[in-house]
Design a protein. Structure first.
Length: 141
């Protein structure tokens, strides 16, 4: 298979849904565990978000992620500290363990994506990506 060049991995993972998304998530979970990473796809999403924009308020990460964040604090993947300007908000930051986990997980995620795209040419992948990007842009409001 050709290498994944110029592929927007975040876009592909973000717009997949239904059975394909569930199948990729199951495969990703399996691959994380096979690589010795005690990490769920949901936790990986938080690590990805924080890697790109570390130090966001907990509210920005979304109230729905609270249980997930609690488990990640327990696993020492992230820290939660009060915002010194607004005590109603907490700041979530990656720990070194979280950074290391995120870096290992991205390699596993790329392997999983390669497995999912096996048999497709680079041109087919790019065409699909362009179509999915337009669908996403048309529906993102």
């Amino acid at each position: 298979m050709e290498p994944l060049v110029d592929i927007d991995v975040r876009l592909i993972f973000a717009i997949l849904n239904g059975k394909v998304s569930a199948a990729i998530s199951r495969k990703l979970l399996h691959n994380f565990h096979a690589a010795g990473l005690d990490l769920t796809p949901e936790q990986w999403n938080v690590l990805q978000h924080l890697k790109q924009r570390d130090g966001v308020s907990q509210q920005e990460l979304c109230d729905a992620m609270l249980r997930l964040i609690n488990s990640m604090v327990f696993l020492n993947l992230v820290t939660r500290t009060p915002n010194r300007f607004d005590r109603r908000k907490n700041i979530i930051r990656l720990t070194q363990k979280g950074i290391d986990m995120q870096e290992s997980a991205i390699r596993v995620a790329l392997l999983t994506l390669k497995e999912a795209l096996r048999g497709l040419s680079l041109n087919e992948i790019r065409t699909s990506q362009d179509v999915l990007r337009r669908v996403f842009e048309n529906t993102a409001g």
